[in-house]
Design a protein around this ligand. Structure first.
Ligand code: SAH
Length: 382
């Protein structure tokens, strides 16, 4: 039996050290090697006693999912396709901005929820990702970005101008419903926050949910991080239709859960994501209904222009409709932003992550062999 160290948060690591007959601090040392230095070869972990390294070699491993492909969009967005088993891939997206670098992490292969506007939903549900497969996305992103920074640095005569090129923020907004894979996601969140691993602040780790009310309550107690909720509709009739989990947890219950969550959350507001679907939910009267919702919970709105995919049956709202909608919310005293679409030339935008394994010949676990494909606007992908 061989255990994968990427599956263990601090608590699990303590128990594992006991099983190995080692002192607790060895677990912290190992976490630093694995997560901060990205080391997977026990022989290289020089401050760990040789006898323990031998035990690790025999009974443990550090294995992130193999990387199948890396794409870089003209706006600097990166997309990685990771192998999670026969014919399956999950996608992770890195979005560089001026002052931060945000990694969008997937939690499941496919998704069991049937939101009508989402391409991941079209695939149906395949399986939950393990903690190693979730944290492995951050592990890989750090490796690839530091590899790139080193390369750019040397090309520029050693000048490193790459501050936005590290993962400073994580959003659980990739494929899947994170709260439907609760245990594995929480272990991965704890690693993101752990000073011996990635050391991100709770405010910089955001979990997005379609509104699984009981799991929101659990998360508040187990590992409160910033919360985003995929609201997408301003009344139950509409939400029942486009976010069908609403039939189980209608808006009133969802808002109550948000308020309970805010008691312990690192931020004092919930972000409501609201997709802009032409002629469906984008009229001023919908915005006015949202103002009523906003009276019941401290929130910010993030309007997401719909990102099309084949046979979706929806269109993106016009720029004018989005701005009008935004203005109604803003004039009603709400904080509202319109999400910039990033990485659309590599299908890396929200709701477009499909994770198909397009070309298995690219399969490799060896960093030096990963093929990076750079895209520029107007170029076709395939
Ligand atoms: N299941 C979670 C995590 C997914 S997050 C959730 O529902 O929140 C991905 C975000 O992108 C969600 O707000 C989702 O509703 C939104 N989204 C899905 N499909 C989209 C599309 N085609 N265009 C724009 N946003 C989309």
């Amino acid at each position: 039996m061989s255990v994968n160290l990427l599956d263990y948060d601090a608590e699990g690591m303590l128990a594992l050290m006991a099983q190995f007959g080692e002192k607790p601090f060895r677990g912290k040392q190992l976490m630093k090697w694995v997560h901060q230095r990205g080391e997977s070869d026990f022989a290289a972990m020089t401050d760990i006693a040789k006898s323990f390294r031998e035990k690790l070699q025999a009974g443990a491993m550090v294995t992130a999912p193999a990387m199948l492909a890396e794409q870089v969009a003209s706006d600097g967005t990166h997309k990685w396709l990771l192998d999670v088993g026969v014919g399956n891939g999950v996608e992770t997206v890195f979005i560089p901005e001026d002052d931060r670098g945000t990694l969008c992490v997937s939690s499941q292969v496919g998704c069991a929820l049937e939101c009508t506007f989402c391409s991941t939903a079209r695939q149906g549900f395949n399986r939950n990702l393990s903690t190693a497969e979730i944290i492995g996305q951050l592990w890989w992103a750090n490796q690839r970005l530091s590899h790139e920074a080193a390369r750019i640095g040397s090309a520029q005569g050693g000048v490193q101008n790459a501050d936005a090129r590290i993962v400073s923020n994580v959003v659980m907004m990739g494929m899947g419903e994170p709260l439907a894979n609760y245990e594995n996601v929480v272990r991965a969140l704890r690693l993101m926050l752990d000073d011996n691993a990635y050391g991100l602040s709770r405010r910089r780790v955001t979990l997005s949910t379609s509104g699984l009310v009981p799991a929101m309550d659990r998360l508040r107690d187990d590992c409160p991080v910033a919360l985003a909720v995929s609201l997408h509709a301003s009344n139950d009739r509409l939400r029942d239709e486009i976010v069908p989990i609403n039939k189980k947890y209608p808006i009133k219950e969802l808002l109550a859960a948000c308020n309970r969550y805010l008691d312990k959350a690192p931020r004092d507001f919930v972000t409501f994501e609201y997709i802009m679907l032409e002629g469906i939910n984008d009229q001023p009267e919908h915005a006015r209904e949202l103002l009523e919702i906003a009276k019941q919970v401290s929130c910010k709105f993030n309007l997401i222009p719909f990102n099309p995919f084949p046979n979706s049956g929806y269109n993106r709202s016009s720029r004018d409709a989005i701005l009008r909608f935004r203005d109604v919310l803003a004039e009603g005293g709400q904080v509202v932003t319109v999400r910039k679409t990033r990485g659309d030339d590599i299908d890396a935008a929200c709701g477009q992550l499909a994770g198909q394994v397009k070309d298995r010949t690219r399969r490799t676990a060896r960093q030096s062999q990963i093929q990076t494909v750079h895209f520029h606007r107007g170029e076709a992908e395939d």
